[in-house]
Design a protein around this ligand. Sequence first.
Ligand code: GLY
Length: 372
Amino acid sequence: MDNQDWAREVSEKIKKKMHKVAGRNQNRIPYLTVNGCYEDMTEKDIYWWTNGFWGGIMWQMYHATGEKIYYTEAIRTEDKLEENLRAYRGMDHDSGFKWLLTAAANYRLTGSEKSRDRALIAANSLAGRFNLAGSFIRAWNDDGDGSRAGWAIIDCMMNLPLLYWAYENIHDPRFLQIARAHADMAAKTFVREDGSVNHIVAFDPATGEVLETLGGQGYGKGSSWTRGQAWALYGFVLSYIHTGKEEYLNTAKKVAHYFMANIPESGLIPVDFRQPADCIWEDGTAAAVAACGLLEIEKYVTENEKPMYRRAAMKLLRALDRDACWDDEKDYIIEKCTAAFHDEKHDFPMMYADYYFIEAIWKLCGQESFMW
Ligand code: GLY
């Protein structure tokens, strides 16, 4: 089947399945599953970094189908997340994931002023994490002992669009300057010569000196955590889209070339490209995020280059579809994901893999609401 027909077929399968999944998950914020059913994060951890992705799925579904249930659930998720704006522990580098897919999306699609305010408050908090000494946005909070004050992580590249969004909305160049400063730092400090990336860089928060790089959620120091590679690949092309700065596109391509060269024959992505050869743990989130990034890069390269990015994205997406769960009695679509290499559990569904898989399929079918 050709790629377009295949994408249309998958899009129909998603619509059929999500109608049921959304129906039985009303007033909930999904993340992980128990026996195929989503657990609700509302009580468990309303500050959890993935809590915006359910809103993102709801907006993408609403945009493609116009069905009211998705609209209602997107608004409910956003209202519940409001609590994050009142708690320091709810506001870290992941504000972009939470608020671009909820409040900023809502404002873009409906013009809600309340949502615009929420997204702007979140953008101010994200900008407030910028450290002048090292030109980085601080990642996680700590217990107040400053032990993580100098940590920056590659994932943050995906949160910069909240700053670009704020700049585009209120035309205050500080947001643009901070996003660009962080992206410039990441291109220099995170991206290695071969196109692979570090997960964590630890700076001296007072002087800005780079102290060390850390393996983070990957296999170890100097390894190549695949979701981190995907965050960089997609994150740099997003910085290019918002700034037009050619270096960001080139950096996205450099990371993409490394990623593409490491895609296994099966198209299924391991947790770390440098994990031991006999380790078979996978991460479907890395594949889905990378596919989205590759489809964006494809738009900005020459005619000659386009097929290479499209082919790689299709390989990833078709492999995900082959192993996907289309049983509509189960809540998840993408089955094998891993939060961190050294966790006890591997190869389980994580809801945001479904978000990126849907986003990629929507890109192919021309029915995406651009969230970043
Ligand atoms: N941003 C955290 C993760 O990718 O697991």
